[in-house]
Design a protein around this ligand. Structure first.
Ligand code: AMP
Ligand code: ZN
Length: 470
C-alpha cells in the first residue's frame, strides 16, 4: 500500500515514489518573520506535519526542511511595495534582525504547541546570501536574466512552459489584476532576482554583489537553500495554495533553468483557512493567532483537532462556534479513551486479525490523499468494538496518534509521558508564568483551564509551578 497524493503539477492523485529508496526529501515554504504566524499559516504547517508523519508511518526517513524569510519578501509577491521585514521593524521600533529572531522563536514555539515535529533543517535567508548570488550568477551565465533600472530580472520568456504549475492563461493574466505592471519588466511575469534599485536605497539589510549593493528577491531564497541542503532532485515541495501562481511558479522557472532538469517530483498544496469577515492576512493588522485562541480558552491541540476535521484540499472557514464544537468533541474522545485505559485487563484474549485489519484500514485512509476524516472513523470503530481488548484498543489508538498527534493517550504518572508531551505541557506552563509576570490574569487562568481539560493539574508553589496528571 503506498501513499496516493494529489500533485498540483499533474493535477491528479499519484502514487508516491521516492527518488532514493526509503528516503524522502521534503521542502516546505516557511514563514516571513515580520509578525506572529496567524492560524491560517498554522493550518498549512499542520497539513505538512500530517504529510510528513504519513510518510514516516509508511516507513520512510523524511528530511524536512523549511526556510525562514528574513529579507526580500515585498508587500506583494510580484515585487511591488516595501520589504515586509523593514515595515515590521519600523512598526515595532526594532532592528530587522531583532524582529526576525523574535518572530522566528514565536513561530517555532507555536509549532511545538501544536505537536508539529520540528523540521530537520531550518535555513534563514540572511545566512545564505552567497548561495543566492551564486545561483543568480549561474542563471546570468546561461542567459536567463537581464538588468533593468539596476535590478536583475529573470526573463520568463527564456523558460519554456512557465505556467505549467498554475496552468494560467498568459493573456487572461495580462489583462487581469494580478500583476501590477513594473515598467522595467520586459514581460509582466518577469521577477526580480536581485534588487539594487534606488527605490530601496534605505533598505537596512544590503550585501555586496556582482550587480551592486542590494538584497535578494524573495523567490530565489527557496531555490538556493533547497538545492543547497536537499540537492538537485527533491521529492516534495509544499506550501499553501497562494504560492502556486507566483512563488512556486517562479521557483520552478529559476531552479530548472539553472539545473537543466526537473527539480521537484511532487508539488503538494494545502488550501486556505478563511475567516467570516476577511481573508486571514498578517499585513491587515488584526488577525487570529494561536496566542489569541489560548487567551480565548482553547488549547493548541483543540485547534489541531479542529483543522484535522477537514480535508487539506478544501477551504476551511474558521468560526469560534466550530472550534468550540471541536473542543467538546476532543474532550469527549479523550474521556472515552481514558475509560478504556482505566479498564485494561492484560489477561483479556487478543484478536490479532482484528487489530491488523484496523491498522490496514487506517493506513488505507491516510494513504488516500491524507483522508484524515476517514481515519477518525476507523478510530471510532476501534473504540466501539466489543471484540478487541482494551489493551489492543490502547495500542491502536497510540499507533494512530503517531499521525494525529492529539495526545490521545493520557497515562497515569509523569514518567509514562513522552518527551514531546512533556515539552508541550512545560511550554504552556512557561507561557502561563510569563502571563502572570505581565499580570495577564485572564490568560493565566485560561491556560490553567486548558491544561486541566487535558488532564493536567497545576499547583503554584514557592519553588515555582508543579504539575501532575489527574
Ligand atoms: P507566509 O508567512 O505568509 O509566507 O506564509 C507561510 C505559509 O502559510 C505558506 O505556506 C502560505 O502559503 C501559508 N498561508 C498563508 N495564508 C494562509 C491561510 N489563510 N490559510 C492557510 N495557509 C496560509
Ligand atoms: Zn518558498
Amino acid at each position: 500500500m503506498t501513499l496516493k497524493i494529489f500533485n498540483t503539477i499533474s493535477k491528479k492523485e499519484e502514487e508516491f515514489k521516492e527518488i532514493e529508496a526509503g528516503k524522502v526529501k521534503m521542502y516546505a515554504c516557511g514563514p516571513t518573520v515580520y509578525n506572529f504566524a496567524h492560524i491560517g499559516n498554522l493550518r498549512s504547517y499542520i497539513f505538512e506535519d500530517i504529510l510528513k508523519k504519513a510518510l514516516e508511518y509508511e516507513g520512510y526517513e523524511v528530511t524536512h526542511m523549511i526556510n525562514i524569510t528574513d529579507v526580500g519578501h515585498l508587500q506583494s509577491d510580484e515585487d511591488t511595495g516595501e520589504d515586509k521585514m523593514e515595515l515590521g521593524a519600523k512598526r515595532e521600533n526594532k532592528s530587522v534582525l531583532e524582529l526576525a529572531r523574535f518572530y522566528e522563536a514565536s513561530f517555532l514555539s507555536d509549532l511545538e504547541k501544536l505537536n508539529i515535529k520540528k523540521p530537520n533543517i531550518i535555513a534563514r535567508a540572511t545566512e545564505h546570501i552567497e548561495d543566492m548570488i551564486n545561483l543568480i550568477k549561474k542563471l546570468e551565465e546561461k542567459g536567463f536574466t537581464y538588468i533593468a533600472n539596476g535590478n536583475v530580472y529573470f526573463s520568463i520568456d527564456k523558460f519554456e512552459d512557465y505556467h505549467k504549475l498554475a496552468n494560467l492563461n498568459m493573456n487572461e493574466m495580462k489583462a487581469g489584476s494580478r500583476i501590477k505592471i513594473d515598467e522595467f519588466k520586459k514581460n509582466p511575469f518577469d521577477f526580480v532576482l536581485w534588487f539594487v534599485n534606488s527605490k530601496y536605497e534605505n533598505h537596512i539589510l544590503q550585501w555586496q554583489s556582482p550587480w551592486g549593493k542590494g538584497f535578494p528577491g524573495w523567490h530565489i531564497e527557496c531555490s538556493a537553500m533547497a538545492i543547497k541542503y536537499l540537492g538537485e532532485y527533491i521529492d516534495i515541495h509544499c506550501g499553501g495554495v497562494d504560492h502556486i501562481p507566483v512563488h512556486h511558479t517562479n521557483e520552478i522557472a529559476q531552479s530548472e533553468s539553472a539545473l537543466d532538469h526537473k527539480w521537484i517530483n511532487y508539488w503538494i498544496h494545502g488550501e486556505f483557512l478563511t475567516t467570516d469577515s476577511e481573508k486571514m492576512s498578517k499585513s491587515s493588522g488584526e488577525f487570529l493567532t494561536l496566542e489569541k485562541l489560548i487567551k480565548d480558552g482553547f488549547s493548541p491541540i483543540d485547534y489541531r483537532y479542529y483543522v484535522l476535521q477537514s480535508k487539506y484540499r478544501k477551504t476551511l472557514a474558521f468560526t469560534y462556534d466550530k472550534l468550540e464544537e471541536a473542543k467538546k468533541s476532543l474532550d469527549s474522545l479523550r474521556k472515552k479513551i481514558s475509560g478504556i485505559i482505566a479498564n485494561i485487563d492484560i489477561t483479556e484474549v487478543t484478536n490479532v486479525d482484528a487489530v491488523n485489519k484496523y491498522k490496514s484500514d487506517f493506513k488505507e485512509c491516510i494513504n488516500d490523499d491524507l483522508n484524515i476524516a476517514n481515519a477518525f472513523t476507523v478510530l471510532y470503530e476501534v473504540i466501539k468494538d466489543n471484540y478487541i481488548s482494551n489493551n489492543e484498543k490502547k495500542q491502536l489508538i497510540e499507533d494512530f496518534d503517531r499521525i494525529f498527534s492529539l495526545n490521545l493517550i493520557q497515562e497515569q504518572g509523569n514518567n509514562k509521558l513522552n518527551e514531546e508531551r512533556i515539552k508541550y505541557i512545560e511550554g504552556l506552563i512557561n507561557e502561563r508564568a510569563q502571563a502572570r509576570v505581565n499580570k495577564e490574569w485572564n490568560k493565566s487562568d485560561k491556560i490553567r483551564e486548558a491544561l486541566l481539560q487535558e488532564g493536567i493539574e497545576i499547583t503554584d508553589t514557592k519553588e515555582g509551578t508543579v504539575w501532575k496528571l489527574r
